[in-house]
Design a protein around this ligand. Sequence first.
Ligand code: ADP
Ligand code: ADP
Length: 224
Amino acid sequence: MSELNLILLGPPGAGKGTQAERLRADFELPYYATGDILRAAVKADTDLGREAREYMDRGDLVPDELICKVVIDRVDSDEARDGFVLDGFPRTVGQAEELHRALEGLERQLTATLLIDAPDEEVIRRLSGRRVCLDSGHTYHVEFDPPKNDGFCDQDGSALVQRDDDKLETVRHRLEVFHQQTKPLVELYEREGLLRRFDGTRSPEEVNGHIRATLATLRLEEQI
Ligand code: ADP
Ligand code: ADP
């Protein structure tokens, strides 16, 4: 079977994690979300977590040298042999270049970069209302995707909390960081013919339907 090596790109709050959860179930690909990896490192108080924490609290990106190896080791692991979904990586041109070099070294290549786009004002509404469960980071929204029992995760019953960096001031800063440091990747992947665009303002079901249709086409093209 052909590999499916995918990147999810988009502003914070566009719905990357929400879509990834569905894609994982549909395509059985390992999923590497650098935000989740870093938050787990902070919680476990590892060297990586201690170094990353202050950047994350401010809403800044952690330095490339902290995060690249972490991702590339996973991409180069046995479980990612048939493909992977990267969420939140790459986020800078330097990270994209490093990933490209690593894949080249493994004689592999990206299948596509899926851009889920949404305007700033929508993203701000979403992040302000986002709630995540303490145990596993399952995601809800107070208005758009509320849990069945107020304040508790439907899937594992743990308490729902607001991420510190989802407070309004930090959200605004994260958006600036996105426009300055991550937006250039849209052009880069467009030039390489890898970019597929999705309108993140649609409902989660619609976005998922569009992504599934695109991936089905890509798989067919790979088999031809
Ligand atoms: P990202 O991973 O891109 O930061 P999330 O998937 O965590 O984004 O989504 C951000 C917030 O918006 C969450 O609270 C989520 O429930 C909500 N959300 C995600 N997709 C949609 C959508 N299509 N419409 C409305 N709300 C959404
Ligand atoms: P979002 O909701 O913005 O998609 P994430 O959960 O992906 O947030 O990321 C949370 C924080 O983790 C970022 O603000 C940043 O500090 C750090 N981070 C995550 N991925 C990267 C990366 N590829 N490079 C640098 N920093 C990262």
